[in-house]
Write a protein that binds this ligand. Sequence first.
Ligand SMILES: Cc1cc2nc3c(=O)[nH]c(=O)nc-3n(C[C@H](O)[C@H](O)[C@H](O)COP(=O)(O)OP(=O)(O)OC[C@H]3O[C@@H](n4cnc5c(N)ncnc54)[C@H](O)[C@@H]3O)c2cc1C
Length: 492
Amino acid sequence: MKALVMGGGMSGLATAINLLDLGVEVELIEADEMFGGRASSWLDEDGDMIDNALHVFFPYYKNLMRFFEKMGIADNIAWKHTEFYYAMPGGRKASLRFKDIPAPFHAAYAFAHLLKDYKDIPRWKIIVAGMPMTSGLFMNIEQLDRLDSISMATFVNKYGSLDGLKLMEPGINGLTFTPSWGVSAKVMLNWGVKVFSSAKNARVGFANGGLGEIWVDNCLDYIRGKGGTVALNQAVTAINLEGGQVTSVVVNDSEVKEADIYISAISPYSLRRVLPDEAFDMEYFRDLWHFQHAPSMSLQVWFDRKLTDIDVTFFSTDCIFNTYADLSNVLPHIFKGGSMFEMVLSPADHIQGLPDRVIFDIAIEQIRDIFPEAREAEVRKWKVVRERQGVYRASPGMESHRPFQRSPVDNLYLTGDYTKTHVSSGGMEAAIWNANKTAELIAADRLDESISLNVEFEIDEPFMKYIRQITAGAIAVGGIGALALMRKMRKR
Ligand SMILES: Cc1cc2nc3c(=O)[nH]c(=O)nc-3n(C[C@H](O)[C@H](O)[C@H](O)COP(=O)(O)OP(=O)(O)OC[C@H]3O[C@@H](n4cnc5c(N)ncnc54)[C@H](O)[C@@H]3O)c2cc1C
């Protein structure tokens, strides 16, 4: 049996690997001039490493970790302290430092640590906004699902303080490229469940090298080693359907390719452009038109001297960047000399039309405001990355439009981080979980084999489990006291 995998990002490469393991013949085609999709990197004209964007890994990315272990590259993630820094104008800093103590005390400690130095918002407002953010820990899946109908800001405003939410805005923007008023409350609470469930899960890892460098070639070697083929510059330009089956796909408007099964690992925007009109008679494919692009951009700035000695993630509010790191501290063996800031610019809706130079000018002014050391420093080089950006906008209601990996077309499967999963609204763990799910479905449908590739995240802290059980019981008897209390406090 031959499979044609369309798209060579993380989900496409992982699907190809899963299918080869099942004994399926695989051909993978990619439109771009490099593999890795949004999780890629390359060398520029000076030989400097350019990441498509700053990516962080979390220990709760269980399926991604298993995938990296299988590829022999688990050590390519550089794990750091469980800490996030807030960098504020005038060089002020505060840190959310998770201590390695049982949950939820680790989170309480982290917030207490932050409040010591974070003075820009009244403390009570931060506490009152922080409680709804962590409330997902006490909800079951159905309760979380219901929160996909409202935005994060609406949810926090119900029980907490919008002023306090400002502190969480950089994290929300960095994860979803969307402001809190436009992003599903479920999406953010789902993330909170993982990070606030234990100190271990809040730990952040960085690519120990270029983002694509740490994983792409190992995957390509694995695929070729198992007899699979991969090709670049092969854009799918049409998918032909007949009698409820894909009969062929057209590549670069000319070459026709045939297989027994077809796996789309391309974005929903690309896919809906190459499907024939009759596909949209089916609601399943009409749903693809609900996906909107939440744009991002990336900025790398090389300075002639050190601006910080902090080797974890920074957050800043009221800037065009939100989440960033000084890679000269994160990866000192690679970025030698002065600081190198790698920054995610998002939401980028209002800046994406601006020229690179204007974007850099805005960013450097904000950097100099936050890091006084930068006022004297010389910028050796800067780079705005616009390619391979964005995620789908995780607006309220979007969860119901994410397509299941088995499509109504008999031999067509969809994968990619945007397809259906409870894991998250996107990101690398979702890309791998969905690649595993796709292979599980293909094994069942085509090979009559029942396989189980995905492992699920579970809260394993005993105390947290106990609290969840008690809270679930309390909710069952009608006690949503904590939230009601917060509401009362807010009204006062
Ligand atoms: C700025 C930024 C920061 C991020 N930070 C994080 C992070 O910190 N942690 C995290 O977990 N995730 C992060 N992500 C998300 C992560 O990069 C993605 O979730 C993951 O890479 C998605 O992989 P994918 O295979 O689903 O999609 P993609 O990587 O988009 O792969 C799709 C592939 O299909 C190809 N393609 C498209 N159209 C066609 C066509 N017609 N024919 C053939 N090929 C086609 C594309 O070129 C691409 O290679 C970030 C993303 C961005 C943009």
